[in-house]
Design a protein around this ligand. Structure first.
Ligand code: FES
Ligand code: FES
Length: 158
């Protein structure tokens, strides 16, 4: 079937099977390999993308569910001039990754959080991010990165 969607701000059409999951279509048909796949059962958050602004697990979302909707992946976060999004920069500045496998999903989940709640408390961050698993960092740098991103975005809005 032909799937039409708005992908990272651009109208996009792609041929895919009715049974294909969104993560497969992004990675294998559209070459957007920033979205990672690990557990494949909606437990780890590695495959998090935003559909109409809300975080979803691309490993358990059928591609056709994204039909005519807006999908944002990690590749769509950088600014038009190529500079990193403040959330991406905050993860670098706080050394909030090691192997990096969880990082795209962490960043996309953070984007959803800060879009909805620009000034989250620690508890709110921890609650929001509890579907995103990291095996490397111990989470403290990720918490710091999210708080740094919140401050950076606040500065940008001034
Ligand atoms: S790969 Fe989708 S939640 Fe783990
Ligand atoms: S940085 Fe390795 S899983 Fe998070």
């Amino acid at each position: 079937m032909k799937l039409s969607l708005k992908l990272n701000g651009r109208p996009t059409e792609v041929e895919c099977g009715a049974e294909e999951i969104l993560a497969e279509v992004l990675r294998n048909r559209l070459n957007l390999t920033g979205t990672k796949v690990s557990c494949e059962v909606q437990v780890c958050g590695a495959c998090t993308v935003l559909v109409d602004g809300l975080p979803v697990s691309a490993c358990t979302t059928l591609a056709y569910e994204a039909r005519d909707r807006s999908v944002l992946t990690i590749e769509g976060l950088a600014q038009a001039d190529g500079s990193l999004h403040p959330i991406q920069q905050a993860f670098i500045d706080e050394f909030a990754f090691q192997c990096g496998f969880c990082t795209p999903g962490m960043i996309m989940a953070t984007k959803a959080l800060l879009d909805e709640n620009p000034n989250p408390t620690d508890d709110e961050i921890i609650h929001h991010m509890d579907g995103n698993i990291c095996r490397c960092t111990g989470y403290v740098p990720i918490l710091k990165a999210i708080k740094r991103a919140s401050r950076s975005l606040k500065e940008k809005r001034k």
